[in-house]
Design a protein around this ligand. Sequence first.
Ligand code: ITT
Length: 189
Amino acid sequence: MKLKVITSNPGKVKEFQRSFEDMGVEMEHLHLPYDEIQTSELEEVVRKGMDEIRSKGVNDFIIDDSGLFINALKGFPGVYSAYGQKTIGNKGILRLMEGVKDRSAVFKCCIGCDIGGRTIIVTGECPGYILDSERGNEGFGYDPIFTHDNERSFAEIGVEEKNVISHRGNAVALLRERLISEGLIGPKN
Ligand code: ITT
């Protein structure tokens, strides 16, 4: 089975491909821009995005809207994470967090899957902390400044381990359960 991963972010495609390898699901990267509406809910962005993509005649795909929510910044960058990354970047976030004691944050990932005429939407989370400086070369986006174990950043742990504990990994686990329980996929033998 093939699913298109519709995103501008190759890092997401790599994580999805690795997560679905053992299920015999092939993930094909498709760059098809869609509107990401401004709203306070990741799920709403995903629902609207899926409608727009289907209206273009595309089916059997996955989209993902993610964000980093920092408690001391009242949830910023959150739903504005893509904008935050493009404008102030990780260095800007670290500057905003200078001298801030509460470093807690949560990564959230909402995945929308259109498959066999059905819609499945799941959300995964990963709590952690904002580091004092950027660390590591793997991953993408906010990975160098986020740690789940207060030791290593997501950019230091590599895709395999990130997939086990990350927001996207948790969302994928929920999606796999749904796909299996609805008889849409089964383990590859
Ligand atoms: P698409 O919308 O085209 O899929 P994007 O990179 O803009 O790609 P999002 O809007 O979902 O994706 O992501 C918002 C920002 O959060 C963006 O700058 C990402 O780099 C970052 N981000 C998302 N998931 C991440 C992860 O697992 N690790 C680090 N940063 C992440």
